[in-house]
Design a protein around this ligand. Structure first.
Ligand code: DSN
Length: 416
């Protein structure tokens, strides 16, 4: 018996059931992944016992001999992987990381310009329900009719509102961003360029997506999506902004960093610098393209007509099913993703017209082209039979049989 099993069988059992769920399901939530056992081990280590306000060599509490080394290794590895001049590995997650950037450079009421939430942007890029839209004058740019970024529209908006920060980045945009264009616009209006690469950080690390680093003043990212690390975040910036960023993270936004997360970020970054990670990210993109081909062939309407990264956004308006109905039916069939607004959606965000999916997690467990064909066919069957629980149950069994052949990282002990 493990200590947890003995002391808290209720929580132990729920975690065990979640392990089985993560093994048995095809996980397509575009922001999720499977971390390695090494990342898990660091995340669950005794480093959680330590408090370390401050930065390596400049802490408020003593006993940092080893923590300083861990944080410095994480920083150095991030610099090496991304070619960043300065790195802060302490943000608790992506949202506080973005807030820290605003705190570093803005006063309440200042203007930011980011991608509209219903068009694929993130809550923290200025949505009115987020602090980013309440404390700042948040202006947003939208996509064109085809669901593609229109850089002329971004430029016009920027010339009009003169933002202090121009934000590039997204949660649900299946295309590669033109960072050079964003830089040009930022320079024209005298704005800082912030890139939130949370979704595609792993692809940048693996060299299969253009890097924002030559262009951006500040880059934020979570560490747990395509980068396959623990739940955390980093802010990377040009050296000239290092002081402002560090001061904004601590003491501006946060107290002590989560040292166990910092260690796990270091482990993930070591993994991200390997050839096998490069191959993994190439496969993520290849899998997304293969799955997109199958779905298009089945008559699914992919926003922008396809994908260039790890994710797809599907408008189901032509399929006689809402995003929520599709997501629920797919979940019942063992295929897990989220419903999502599509650009110019006529439905409400909680009950939108689309679904979003990504290939990071399934690629981590070894799915490749053949499995994308099987998966695309299964998704089509679910959508065509979403009210037939017998068909959904049959597909769930097929999903489980497929998953049994592909043990996921960290969950090898569940595989039969
Ligand atoms: N919740 C994340 C996502 O799913 O994209 C973003 O914060």
């Amino acid at each position: 018996m493990t200590a947890l099993q003995q002391q808290d069988p209720e929580i132990f059992s729920l975690i065990q059931q979640e392990e089985v769920r993560q093994h048995n399901k095809i996980r397509l939530i575009a922001s999720e992944n499977y971390v390695s056992s090494a990342v898990l081990e660091a995340t669950g280590s005794i480093l959680t016992n330590k408090y370390s306000e401050g930065y390596p060599g400049k802490r408020y509490y003593e006993g940092q001999q080893l923590i300083d080394q861990i944080e410095s290794i994480a920083i150095d590895r991030a610099k090496a992987v991304f070619g960043a001049e300065h790195v802060n590995v302490q943000p608790y997650s992506g949202s506080p990381a973005n807030m820290a950037v605003y705190l570093a450079f803005l006063k309440p009421g200042d203007t930011i310009l980011g991608m509209a939430l219903p068009h694929g942007g993130h809550l923290t890029h200025g949505s009115k329900v987020s602090i980013s839209g309440k404390y700042f004058n948040a202006v947003s740019y939208a996509l064109n009719e085809e669901g593609i970024l229109d850089y002329e529209e971004i430029r016009n908006k920027a010339l009009e509102c003169k933002p202090k920060i121009l934000i590039a980045g997204h949660s649900a945009y299946p295309r590669i961003l033109d960072f050079a264009k964003f830089r040009e616009i930022a320079d024209e209006v005298g704005a800082l360029l912030m890139v939130d690469m949370a979704h595609f950080a792993g692809l940048v690390a693996g060299g299969v997506h253009p890097s924002p680093f030559p262009y951006a003043d500040v880059v934020t990212t979570t560490t747990h999506k395509s980068l396959r690390g623990p739940r955390g975040a980093m802010i990377m910036c040009k050296a000239e902004y290092a002081k402002a960023i560090d001061k904004a993270v601590f003491p501006g936004m946060q107290g002590g960093p989560h040292d166990s997360t910092t260690a796990a970020i270091a482990v993930a970054l070591k993994e991200a610098s390997t050839d096998s990670f490069k191959k993994y990210t190439a496969q993520v993109v290849e899998n997304a393209a293969s799955l997109a081909d199958v779905l298009i062939e089945k008559g699914f309407n992919l926003v922008t007509g396809g994908t260039e990264n790890h994710l797809m956004l599907i408008d189901l308006s032509n399929k006689n099913i809402t995003g929520k109905q599709a997501a629920k039916a797919l979940d019942a069939a063992g295929i897990v993703l989220n419903c999502n607004s599509v650009p110019f959606d006529k439905r409400k965000p909680f009950d939108p017209s689309g679904i979003r999916l990504g290939t990071c997690a399934i690629t981590s467990r070894g799915f490749a082209k053949a499995e994308m064909v099987i998966l695309g066919n299964m998704m089509d069957r679910v959508v065509n039979n979403f009210e037939d629980s017998a068909v959904l149950a049959e597909i769930a069994q097929e999903v489980q049989a497929l998953c049994d052949k592909f043990p996921a990282p960290g969950l090898e002990h569940i595989a039969k």
